[in-house]
Design a protein. Sequence first.
Length: 215
Amino acid sequence: MSRLSGSRNADYEETRTKLLKLLRVRLLRTGSEKVSFRQMAEDVGVSVPTLRHYFVNRTAVVQEVLADLHRDGLPYIDEASRSELGLRGSLQQAADSILAGVRFGQMDKVHTLGLAEGLGDDKLGPSYLNSILEPALQALERRFEAHMSRGEMRAASTRDAALAFAAPMILATLHQTRLGGSCVRPLDLAEFAKNHVDAFVRAYRSESREGEQRK
């Protein structure tokens, strides 16, 4: 019996997953270049109607790629949310993790894709936030909550603190990688991370711990 018009093949999910992985590689490779839906179809070796059957439109493709990146990043997000180290050690660990995500996890390409697609777009902007940026920030918020409960950090908005910590690190990595800063004005990212952690500790450590440090 032939398949009814509009119905799904038995291997629909398997084929969709394979196409999604190919599209993810394609989009991360191009980064800020906005590839057309037709070009996406050509690059993964299917017709436009076939790609539309699995993903509807270009916006859906980008949303699904961002969601797929989120799923793969869940173990790292969980790890970023907690640390048994003291404040300085914990923050250095978090900063080193951000740098490692760029060196080994293509996070500079992920942020480039999210920003290029999301800025000014009422659908893809929230998708980038929900899939990539907010999970990372909220993980830091949970880490900071633990430090505050242990008396290592002064009482403050954990959301403000997460933005204050993550934003300079993300910008610095994009500056050196996707924006060509390593040629325009090189920056030692490891040294930057250490200085950033030092400044953050001075700004956010609890008064009692600050007094201990001066003794």
